[in-house]
Design a protein around this ligand. Structure first.
Ligand code: KIV
Length: 254
């Protein structure tokens, strides 16, 4: 199946069964997640925080992304693998296309980038070169320093209107889905209703998007030092690790 055909299957899920998506950063986790039947695995640049120990995603490089995308690809048979283009890797259409190909070369089947109107030409160029693209609107973590923190979006009619303009520009440019991050429920629902491409929400409330994405370390509780207020933890891997290692050390020292 071609990259475009695989991405189009996700696109066709608009208003159908909710699209399930999780982040993954390594072989073992990707393999476990893929075997659950999740639709989409995002090698997110959130790996900068939850895997590499940086304070935010602005420290992530294309080399980091390539390294982790290749590991995820080795563990994935069915889910669509989306690789994040990190900050500074898509300053213009030519560089965006070149770096999107590098992620595809590492095993990604689509790429994601952040921003609306100002990214439309880059998206169109990547799509024209045969690579499916996911958009990302609302809170843009690559702009956290300019924003001065992680803030909710869609609080005013003007802000919602400008996100909507960005969404239409991305749709026109050829994205097959758009991640909506930290957009107030009413605005997220409006975007979902107005767009032909599916929206995949994180921090947008329940059932306001065509799908949901979650950061895997939030879901399984393997990064106990920070849990975003909107995230639901469903396991406690950190406790299990501590328990298992203490048992190992006790046996060793006895
Ligand atoms: O990098 C990431 O994990 C993301 C999700 C928050 C959508 O972009």
């Amino acid at each position: 199946m071609s990259l475009t055909e695989k991405a189009n299957r996700i696109r066709a899920r608009k208003s159908e069964a909710p699209i399930s998506a999780l982040t993954a950063y390594d072989y073992a986790t990707a393999r476990l997640l893929d075997e659950t039947g999740v639709d989409l695995l995002l090698v997110g640049d959130s790996l900068g925080m939850v895997v590499l120990g940086f304070p935010d995603t602005t420290h992530v490089t294309l080399d980091h992304m390539i390294h982790h995308t290749a590991a995820v690809a080795r563990g994935t048979k069915n889910a669509l693998i989306v690789g994040d283009l990190p900050i500074h890797s898509y300053p213009n259409p030519e560089t965006a296309v070149m770096n999107a190909h590098r992620l595809i070369g590492a095993g990604a089947e689509a790429v994601k980038l952040e921003g609306g109107v100002r990214q439309a030409k880059k998206v169109a160029a990547i799509v024209a070169d045969g690579i499916p693209v996911v958009g990302h609107l609302g809170m843009l973590p690559q702009r956290v320093k300019e924003e001065g923190g992680y803030t909710k979006k869609g609080k005013t009619d003007n802000e919602t209107q400008s996100i909507l303009e960005g969404a239409f520009a991305l749709q026109e440019a050829g994205v097959f889905a758009i991640v909506l991050e930290s957009i107030l429920p009413k605005a997220a629902r409006l975007l979902t209703e107005k767009l032909d491409v599916p929206t995949i929400g994180i921090g947008c409330g329940e059932n306001n998007c065509d799908g949901e994405i979650a950061v895997i370390t939030d879901v399984i509780g393997s990064f106990p030092w920070f849990l975003p207020p909107f995230a639901t933890q469903r396991g406690d891997v950190a406790i299990e690790i501590t328990k298992a290692v203490k048992a190992y050390l006790n046996d060793l020292r006895r």
